[in-house]
Design a binder for this molecule. Sequence first.
Ligand code: BGC
Length: 459
Amino acid sequence: MSFQPNQIKQLAQRFPSDFTFGSATASWQIEGSSATRGASVWDDFAAVKGNIKDGTVADPACDSVNRYKEDIELLKYLGVDTYRFSVSWPRVYDFKNDKPNQEGLDYYSNLIDGLIEADIKPTLTMYHWDLPSELQEKGGWQWSGITDEFEKYAELLASNFADRVDTWATLNEPWVVSFLGHATKIHAPGLGDPRAGFISAYYQMVAHGKAMRVLRAHNANRAGTVLNLTEIITDFESCTDAVKHVDNLQNGIWLDMLSGRGISEFTKQATGEFTDWSFVNEEELKLASEPIDFLGINYYTPNRIEPAEDVQEFIVGQEPEVYPGTRDVRFVSREPKSLMGWEVRAESLTNTIRATAKALPGVPLMITENGGAFPDEIDGDEVHDPQRTDYYFQHLSACADAIDEGIDLQGYYCWSLMDNIEWAEGLEKRFGIFYVDHSTQKRTAKDSAKFIRELLASR
Ligand code: BGC
């Protein structure tokens, strides 16, 4: 461990008293119980052999539909202020019979009530990638009608939960949906078509804007969205153009749409070989810049670029194809790394927060996900995860550095509350601060959970 026990208290005291600490999960990754909901693109994707490394499917995941009360106990143990969970769209709306699924709505309603009872503020993400299969059949995020469907979905959620949810996030990481799910085949729906990547980027952001209007109409307490943003770095001058290009696709296009800058000339030129953006309707595009109360940043690792070589390192989600139009470079990462191949570099988090605050002036920021897949050493009833604990210490310090600079950073959520289905990587990559024994569903606090508990208790 790179820090001393007395430094935990010092770290805790670097955060203002109204700073919000939480932990996060997502529906498809933890819920299980797929028989009581409709199918999503992730069920369809998981059904194809080879798409998910270890053949993991939606069931049982962490069986959280049945164990949500136990999960609230984990949050109470940590002493967090808030819990960020996502709603499974096909659990609350039955597309086969074209009507809401009351059992699904009740599940989230009970979860929300249970959180409030435990004095934990609910943070609800509307869309964390599990698009209903029926909507994918209509074209999914490439279909212009999808934004109206999302608006109806927002209406359903807001009319049921706006009285009780503290914080709303419309989308989670539209970049991943566009570039891992549409431009390439790494995630669902697995299209492998760069043009589809750009269309889906646009419709997701328009859908976000429509949902924001619905949330306002329901007087939602606090509403915004979540992007995965990061710093793109290189030591090579020959890579500066590639850095600019990757930076634009990772950060620029989303922040441009959110801030009302629309689709920039730079973007149009850089993506001209794939699309002329003729699907953009200026009126609709304006919706993407509906005012937000906060922007959530999910941060894990920087992207490091070097001149191309034959060997591509193992770094989940980082390869030239996921940034269409990237040429002559490769992605690399330096030690220390997580099991995802992701470089651990906390200063890139401070730099990302600073760059985002500059690109989106006046918008409060939150770190809505941060954490890592690291080895866990099981020792009786204890689980030692010094690398993850260290990661949290360093990255929380990096957040405090941003606050010291005067940036309006209001919250931080650990990803993830518990080991879960790490999408195409399956069950093998564990991000939890609670260890989950996938055969018994037993949850055990890892040392990192104890660290978070101590940190929060030292405030
Ligand atoms: C996602 C999570 C995911 C995590 C680690 C984020 O991209 O929002 O669902 O598990 O990163 O890969």
